[in-house]
Design a binder for this molecule. Structure first.
Ligand SMILES: *[C@@H]1O[C@H](CO)[C@@H](O)[C@H](O)[C@H]1NC(C)=O
Ligand SMILES: *[C@@H]1O[C@H](CO)[C@@H](O)[C@H](O)[C@H]1NC(C)=O
Ligand SMILES: *[C@@H]1O[C@H](CO)[C@@H](O)[C@H](O)[C@H]1NC(C)=O
Ligand SMILES: *[C@@H]1O[C@H](CO)[C@@H](O)[C@H](O)[C@H]1NC(C)=O
Ligand SMILES: *[C@@H]1O[C@H](CO)[C@@H](O)[C@H](O)[C@H]1NC(C)=O
Ligand SMILES: *[C@@H]1O[C@H](CO)[C@@H](O)[C@H](O)[C@H]1NC(C)=O
Length: 479
């Protein structure tokens, strides 16, 4: 080999190495780019040590393959990490058809952007569970009920969140069965957590639930944030968020359009709720926007037999809704609704700005005690503005059992083109008012301007407001 050939060969070898190194470099850069793209942060009460993706369990996001078994297998597998740093199940973009599945403790279900959990329409995908003990029967039918799409019982530290992924209940089938009287059991909810502690449900969109959307029951320390809920305004019982016999709950930054109450606070039904005896207390609702043409923005009851105490609602916007805050109860319910505080409420287009009902019927059976009378006391409403209203207030207590301690101050209501002649009707209620237009009824006599800030709003902080939110990160290895 002469020198020039040797040099040539060396040059070629060098060039090869340079090219190879270059290629490796590009790959590294691409890798880094991919890692950057596949890496994101999210906020949660707890981060998790172990992660998995639904595709690792045979999940197929094509909208037609059933993923019920994949979800069940994934949760069963991840439940082994309950006491080892917890786990996260990642659901990527796609349409993930599924029936009901259970969650586990120290667990996060994460629905990425454009991930849709699509509720199965196959009845066999919905196992039956017992009626709630505080209700004695299902809400739609006597007897049992279908387990919710996402269900959990006796759990600790459960997070359902995402980059605004969604859960579509495909409720139409259920609404039709309900209207035709074809249901054998009570319709499922989208999310129900029972007997559980430390729950976070956030950054999700919930669409067309068969019935209620979010139902924490017999649970405590619950954070519900940045949830969008939508269902047709004529769909039956598609309540937004229903804290039921729960302690220390915070609902904030939610937008709800539905066919029933946007938030309905509950605690069991007549004799069953009375004997179960578990109230809903320490509830904060903030920055809620609600559209509910046939129901309330916030309902207290009608199932309130375990009691409702210490509810604080502020910065609420109602659009085209039947009523603002509504107390719903009646003889047979027992229990109480007390220490209710509402301030900063803007209402556009309402049938009633204020509504209290003491003759709500609807009993689980004929074994209820008509002498079990509810106690309604210390109800405070202040700093409200409403426009395009038909009737300012319809306040109906119970004869021989008046609703007392009602305080309404600094409220300005303007009426629609054809308002009711009598703007305030009050029976069996007692309390005061100040700076309210139109003029209130005699039972809530105006005390004058010096009482304008009379209606209380607590200044202390509930434990759920002190909960620490961590920044967690996730790297998508599987998509
Ligand atoms: C979730 O919602 C909160 C509050 O609106 C917001 O700060 C956050 O960026 C959202 N996304 C995630 C992934 O946490
Ligand atoms: C889900 O949990 C309920 C209540 O604990 C239980 O009855 C049911 O069998 C569980 N379902 C599955 C599929 O594990
Ligand atoms: C769940 O908790 C409730 C209330 O503490 C208890 O009665 C029930 O037996 C528990 N269920 C299971 C399956 O552990
Ligand atoms: C989440 O998605 C819904 C519907 O897709 C949208 O209306 C809503 O504005 C989104 N929320 C956020 C915080 O991006
Ligand atoms: C009355 O309510 C409005 C909001 O509707 C509020 O801006 C104002 O500060 C309140 N006035 C008093 C005296 O609290
Ligand atoms: C006022 O309310 C009526 C229904 O009572 C509605 O038809 C109308 O559009 C509303 N007007 C405005 C300005 O919102």
């Amino acid at each position: 080999m002469d020198t020039s050939t040797r040099v040539h060969k060396m040059m070629r070898a060098l060039l090869g190495i340079v090219l190879l190194v270059g290629m490796l470099n590009t790959r590294q850069v691409q890798g880094r780019k991919a890692r950057k793209l596949n890496y994101f942060e999210y906020n949660a009460m707890n981060c998790r040590a172990h992660t998995a993706c639904i595709t690792q369990f045979g999940g197929v996001g094509d909208g037609t393959t059933s993923n019920t078994k994949a979800f069940q297998a994934a949760v069963a597998h991840l439940s082994q990490f309950e006491s080892d740093g917890g786990s996260l199940l990642f659901v990527p973009a796609g349409k993930w058809l599924t029936g009901s599945f259970n969650l586990t403790s120290h667990f996060t279900l994460f629905l990425d952007t454009d991930a849709v959990l699509l509720a199965s329409q196959v009845m066999e995908e919905w196992p039956l569970i017992d009626a709630l003990p505080s209700y004695g029967r299902g809400r739609d039918t006597a007897g049992g009920r279908y387990a919710s799409l996402i269900f959990g019982s006796n759990l600790t530290d459960v997070i359902i969140t995402g980059n605004n992924g969604s859960i579509n209940g495909q409720g139409e089938m259920w609404w039709q069965k309900f209207h035709k009287g074809e249901l054998k059991y009570t319709r499922p909810y989208l999310i129900e957590m029972m007997y559980s502690d430390t729950l976070q449900i956030s950054n999700l969109t919930l669409i067309d639930s068969p019935s209620w959307n979010i139902h924490p029951v017999y649970s405590s320390n619950i954070l519900i944030q940045s949830i969008t809920i939508s269902a047709p305004v004529n769909s039956p019982n598609t309540d937004g968020i229903n804290p039921d016999s729960c302690t220390n709950t915070r609902i904030e930054d939610c937008y709800i359009v539905s066919g029933d109450d946007c938030v309905a606070v509950k605690s069991g039904w007549d004799e069953y709720g009375i004997s179960f005896g578990m109230p809903t207390k320490q509830l904060v609702i903030r920055r809620l926007t609600c559209i509910s043409p046939t129901s309330a923005v916030i309902a207290l009851g009608s199932e309130m037999s375990g009691g409702i105490q210490d509810v604080r609602a502020e910065d609420i916007v109602a659009i085209n809704s039947e009523s603002g805050v509504r107390i719903k109860t009646g003889p047979g319910r027992g229990g109480y609704v007390k220490d209710i505080y509402v301030k900063g409420f803007t209402m556009h287009t309402m049938k009633w700005a204020f509504w209290m009902t003491g003759n709500y019927g609807s009993h689980p059976d004929d074994k209820y005690d008509p002498n079990a009378l509810p106690m309604i006391n210390n109800i405070n409403y202040r700093d409200m503005v409403a426009d395009n209203v038909s009737m300012s207030a319809r306040l109906e207590g119970i004869s021989g059992d008046p609703f007392t301690g009602i305080c309404i101050s600094n409220v300005s209501i303007s009426l629609n083109a054809k308002p009711k002649k009598v703007q305030w009707t009050c029976t069996d209620v007692a309390g005061i008012s100040s700076q309210v237009t139109p003029r209130t009824c005699d039972l809530l006599a105006d005390k004058g301007a010096e009482y304008a800030t009379e209606c209380q709003f607590p200044t202390d902080i509930l434990p759920i407001d002190d909960v620490e939110i961590k920044t967690c990160s996730y790297y998508k290895r599987y998509i």
